[in-house]
Design a binder for this molecule. Structure first.
Ligand code: MEV
Length: 439
């Protein structure tokens, strides 16, 4: 029977591993060796990783891949992607190459506004609350100056503070709804610090506000936190070409291909079961670049899906149309990203990823990430409406199956060649592998 552990975080790394492997693994010796094999040889690098989170015992690797040939606004990028799914980088690269010969990707940032809220309860006269808010607004701003000063100097900072009455949704519920411009920072720390300052000012000033009753003076701040919903921090990426440019690379007439692409997107617009998978394919590209550049993919995921459901039903993030013989395919999505702060100047591979991308500003990174999502969606939908997804997917997954079977390099080469001409299913791969082994 395993007993709860006291003070785990205070143990040394070796002690943590000792305790964990003794209590939770079948072969403690093997588990220990495995955990330590993944430590970085460079002690400094390892310490850096250890200190990212609490209770680090090892590193967890993901492949760091490159999708080259992305022409974005007439500049050529090689996009770093951190992802485990076999076909994603291959699909992105294929889509990049396809659009390279058709004018590349065009992008535009539509907004960069971030949001934070102080959620509080006021049970009393709403009129008095509005007057109170107007009277303390300059103080809210002034007392946050030590936090906002530098960001304001660089052209960002607090853009607005509003009082919002939410009492129709929840008894006594009001908000300070605040908007920010955080420039190249994702801005979570900046926003949360500002909000906590506003909350302090709000509470203190309420206690001193003469027109308030005793109950009104005891205004209760529930919490102060940024919102990951950023419907006004949005980027758009687009590709287009004459339908006739689809002559090569498809097993169907160009117009039929273009029409099927549009139909597939229309289906994702009206059918949530399809929209979720359609958008999941987009997030394959988005998350991989977000992760490689040290950004918070959970925040991005939450924001993107809320945005996809903003009109009351979950829908496609991409759009497609044919107009006067021109096929147009585009994406619009919220992306709150940073290229300074956080992991961006700490994690060695993140620093390299940003260097590979030409040390982009946050708005440039938004555009690159949106392109990765659009390219991924184009590649997935193209496969779906032509060959089906399994052909390409299994080709990429083949090596995973062969690795599971313990294939040697020679066996891998022979079987990869074999499956260039044959359909790869799990069963077929196992069969071909056994046959080769028994030869
Ligand atoms: C698989 O990770 C993603 C796809 O299912 C996306 C799609 O269906 O559009 C291929």
């Amino acid at each position: 029977m395993i007993k709860p552990v006291e003070g785990f975080s205070k143990l040394t790394k070796d002690q943590k591993i000792e305790w964990l492997t003794a209590n939770y693994t079948e072969n403690a010796q093997e588990a220990k060796l495995l955990l330590k094999r993944y430590w970085n040889e460079d002690k400094k690098v390892q310490q850096l990783h250890d200190e990212f989170i609490e209770n680090t015992i090892s590193n967890f690797y993901l492949p760091f891949g490159i999708a080259p040939n992305f022409m974005i606004n007439d500049r050529l990028y090689a996009i770093p992607m951190a992802i485990e799914e076999s076909s994603v980088v291959a699909a992105a690269s294929k889509a990049a190459k396809f659009w390279l010969k058709r004018g590349g990707f065009k992008t535009e940032v539509l907004g960069t506004e971030k949001i934070g809220q102080v959620h509080f309860i006021h049970r009393g006269d709403p009129g008095k609350l509005w007057s109170f808010f107007e009277s303390i607004k300059p103080k809210l701003i002034e007392e946050a100056l030590p936090i906002t000063k530098n960001m304001t100097k660089r052209g960002g900072g607090l853009s607005a503070i509003e009082l919002r009455d939410k009492t129709s949704k929840l008894d006594g519920y009001y908000q300070l709804h605040c908007t920010f411009e955080t420039l190249d920072a994702m801005g979570a720390n900046f926003i949360n610090s500002c909000l906590e300052s506003f909350a302090q000012t709000l509470k203190r000033e309420a206690r001193a506000y003469a027109p308030f009753t005793k109950e009104e003076k005891g205004m209760e701040v529930v919490m102060s936190i940024l919102s990951n919903y950023v419907p006004n921090c949005v980027v758009r990426a687009e590709v287009s070409c004459p339908i006739d440019d689809f002559k090569i690379g498809h097993n169907m007439p160009p117009r039929q291909f273009a029409e099927k692409m549009v139909q597939a997107v229309e289906i994702a617009k009206v059918e949530p079961y399809r929209a979720v998978t359609h958008n999941k394919g987009i997030m394959n590209g988005i998350d991989a670049v977000v992760l490689a550049t040290g950004n918070d993919f959970r925040a991005v995921e939450a924001a993107v899906h809320a945005y996809a459901a903003r009109n009351g039903s979950y829908t496609s993030l991409t759009h497609a149309q044919i107009d006067k013989g021109i096929f147009k395919f585009w994406i619009e999505l919220p992306l709150a990203l940073g290229t300074v702060g956080g992991l961006t100047n700490l994690h060695p591979l993140v620093k390299l990823a940003l260097e590979i991308l030409g040390k982009p500003s946050a708005t440039e990174l938004m555009q690159i990430v949106a392109v990765a999502g659009l390219a991924q969606n184009f590649a997935a939908v193209r496969s779906l409406v032509t060959t089906g997804i399994q052909e390409g997917h299994m080709k990429m997954h083949l090596l995973n199956i062969l690795n599971q079977l313990g294939a040697t390099d020679t066996e891998k080469t022979r079987l990869t060649n074999h499956f260039k001409k044959h359909t790869a299913t799990h069963n077929e791969v196992v069969k071909a592998f056994n046959k080769l082994r028994n030869e």
